[in-house]
Design a protein around this ligand. Structure first.
Ligand code: NAP
Length: 278
């Protein structure tokens, strides 16, 4: 029987996960389909229980459900520490929750930087994505600074990490960027339709800074354009992280190896053909 996978979120129509996973299923000749369902926070418990009853094989969970979804699953220990899930596996009968966002960012950074240990990493944002990314960086021995619009949230996140500090998005930024090896934007600033927004401009960056924007729509954000202008040598967009987190979910559900290149091509193709998604 055809296996069904899906993403739940609100909104969810913009998600590229269906395009990405269906391309993988097609490539591997799997009798499976990946759908998107709009689910409000109030309906989340019913949706997860309903998915299990209907025999849905696996779910991805996106904004704004990642934290609340923890209450309806047995969370794997890293997901529990992060405090959010983006993947649910039903294969054991009990819904098990995982967080693959951090795994995705970790793989991107491993491909970009020789050694994470000891690196000074400045992360913009203290939301779900920032939590997952900072958890892995901290575990690998990076020196993390969380910079967030709401400084209290930055402080809360930093206090859960082993070697992290918190700042606001104000004058302190200049000094911190100068001292940093890696800058990661994990806020939604610069995302469609606010494509001309950036938290920092070229004048604050230096060429040896690695600049990674996890926003993937547009692929080249204003932050990345500014990084280019500053002569930054290592610039990374958000598509690879999206693909790697999806690949990690795929492995959890199918125990098989996903066709990563096919998934990336499908995502980049969808992004270049539809400038209107958000
Ligand atoms: P979230 O939990 O809603 O967090 C949003 C973060 O952005 C918060 O830290 C918020 O600051 C900050 N923010 C929002 N608007 C801002 C503004 N105008 N100025 C300054 N800071 C602002 O969202 P999330 O799940 O972490 O996702 C964040 C972004 O990452 C989204 O664009 C999402 O699409 C992207 N993402 C990409 C991937 C990938 O695989 N590439 C994976 C996950 C997420 P406050 O705390 O002050 O509100």
């Amino acid at each position: 029987m055809k296996k069904i996978y899906a993403i739940i979120g609100d909104p969810v129509a913009h998600s590229l996960s269906p395009v990405m996973h269906n391309a993988a299923f097609d490539k591997l000749g799997m009798d499976a389909v990946y759908l998107a369902f709009r689910v409000s926070k109030g309906e989340l418990g019913d949706a997860i229980r309903g998915a299990k009853s209907l025999g849905i094989a696996g779910l991805n969970v996106t904004i704004p459900l990642k934290e609340k979804a923890l209450f309806f699953v047995d969370a794997e220990k890293v997901a529990k520490k992060i405090g959010a899930i983006n993947t649910i596996d039903f294969s054991s009968g009990t819904p098990i929750g995982y967080n693959t966002d951090g795994i995705g960012s970790q793989r991107v950074l491993k491909e970009t930087v020789d050694e994470i240990k000891g690196k000074k990493v400045l992360i913009f944002g203290a939301g779900g994505a920032a939590k997952a990314i900072s958890f892995y960086l901290d575990a690998e021995g990076a020196r993390v600074t969380i910079a967030n619009r709401t400084k209290k949230r930055a402080a809360q996140l930093a206090s859960k990490l082993r070697n992290a500090s918190a700042i606001g998005l104000d004058t302190e930024l200049k000094k911190h960027i100068k001292d940093s090896d890696i800058l990661i934007n994990a806020t939604s600033v610069g995302m469609h339709p606010h494509e001309d927004a950036t938290l920092v401009n070229a004048n604050l960056m230096h060429p040896d800074l690695v600049v990674f924007d996890i926003v993937y729509n547009p692929v080249e954000t204003k932050l990345l354009r500014e990084a280019k202008r500053a002569g930054v040598k290592k610039i990374v967009d958000g598509v690879k992280m999206l693909v790697y987190q999806g690949a990690a979910s795929f492995r959890i559900w199918t125990k098989g190896e996903p066709p990563i290149k096919v998934m990336e091509k499908a995502v980049r193709g969808a992004l270049s053909s539809s400038k209107s998604t958000d």
